[in-house]
Design a protein around this ligand. Structure first.
Ligand SMILES: [Zn+2]
Length: 384
């Protein structure tokens, strides 16, 4: 297998704002959130046949809340997941919160004779078949957390509707999008050894930028704007498939470097998929960065214990995408020594879904998302 330096030609573009995209996203999500919240009550009283429609409604409602809320306003730490998770459905579905909990039993007692006590069970958020979300922060006690330099941001873990939940969490990591990330450096490998392949950072280096700013498409669109737009589509698709989804970034900026993103995924997800576009300009196809066949690298922990799982995840994902009609570049993989892979203790890939010349309008996102979902089903041995 070979390593191609041109694969990671990065055009620095730090400092550019991306108000347009996040503004559109928030506006769209906000407009659907109200109607979605109204429809949720309908879900509770209708039959299971309405499940498919309820799926999108619930996810949209949560998306709206997630996009509009400033992540920093969520104060509950990840370790307090129980209380934090309980508070979220009320935020996501204000209609539910407005229901006067005690009014129903009182009115029943007035109209019904004393012979019928009819205790009405109080509905709880856990009983509702809806998507819920939970803030997740980097826990400094987690393995390798001390290698992170930028880690004040909050990721969000979305729990699938209980009735369809698969019990697997997929971390979706929209590549780039950390202001100041390219002026800070972290160790390429947790043990301080040098990189074995060249890419954004040359082979032999022991440190790399904490988060690079990403490349620009031929029309000038920054990669980081496109990866987050794709990530939001993938999130909705995976939630409908019954996967829990850990979203690293859902807006223009998240203050989590590549080490922090990876450590969060290690501890709160069953696999980790980072979304990227390559810096080449040939629309060459889809591929993932596989683990280099370098004996030193493959014998270094945590790579030694996990590299086969990384490659198997990648192979399943690119096959799923290929089945959606996408062309694979060079069989779908290219060897690369990445910070993400070097710190991953769950199956983990950097997925390059195109390059600077590829269509990034969004029209291909649903197919890419379906391909990723199919690849995950295959990886986890779920029926197609
Ligand atoms: Zn990238």
């Amino acid at each position: 297998m070979r390593v191609r330096k041109e694969a990671l030609t990065i055009i620095a573009c730090a400092g550019a704002a991306m108000l347009v995209l996040s503004g559109c996203s928030s506006a769209r999500a906000g407009s659907t959130a109200a109607s979605a919240a109204a429809s949720v009550k309908e879900t509770e009283s209708t039959s299971a046949a309405a499940g498919a429609e309820a799926d999108s409604v619930s996810a949209a409602a949560v998306t709206g809340a997630g996009s509009l809320a400033d992540a920093s306003s969520v104060t509950e730490p990840a370790s307090g997941s129980s209380s934090a998770a309980e508070s979220i459905p009320e935020t996501a579905f204000p209609d539910e919160a407005e229901k006067p909990a005690g009014s129903a039993p009182e009115s029943v007692q007035e109209e019904v004779p004393v012979l019928t006590p009819a205790p009405t069970p109080k509905p709880t958020p856990a009983a509702a078949d809806v998507v819920t979300r939970e803030p997740v922060r980097l826990d400094p006690a987690w393995l390798y957390a001390d290698h992170s330099k930028i880690n004040t941001g909050t990721a969000t873990l979305y729990h699938a509707r209980p009735s369809i939940a698969k019990g697997k969490t997929v971390c979706i990591n929209a590549g780039h999008g950390t202001e100041g990330g390219s002026s800070v450096k972290t160790l390429c490998h947790p043990d301080g050894t040098p990189k074995v392949t060249g890419g954004t950072t040359e082979a032999g280096a022991t440190e790399a930028v904490a988060v690079s700013s990403g490349m620009d498409f031929l029309d000038g669109t920054p990669e980081r704007e496109v990866t987050v737009a794709l990530a939001l589509v993938v999130k909705d698709t995976l939630l409908k498939e019954g996967y829990d989804v850990l979203m690293i970034r859902e807006s223009a900026d998240i203050q989590l470097d590549n080490v922090a993103r990876t450590v969060i995924a290690n501890n709160r997800a069953d696999c980790h998929i980072a979304l990227h576009y390559d810096g080449t300009e040939s629309d060459k196809g889809v591929f993932f960065f596989s683990v280099p066949s370098d004996s030193t690298y493959r014998s270094m922990e945590p790579v030694a214990s996990h590299w086969m799982d990384h490659n198997r995840l990648g192979e399943n994902i690119v096959k799923g995408i290929e089945a959606q009609g996408f062309h694979l570049f060079d069989g779908g993989s290219m060897e690369m020594d990445l910070t993400q892979t070097s710190y991953s203790t769950v199956p983990s890939i950097d997925l390059e879904v195109g390059d600077a010349a590829s269509d990034h309008s969004g029209v291909l996102f649903p197919d890419l998302a379906r391909g990723i979902a199919a690849g995950l089903n295959s990886f986890f041995l779920f029926p197609a």
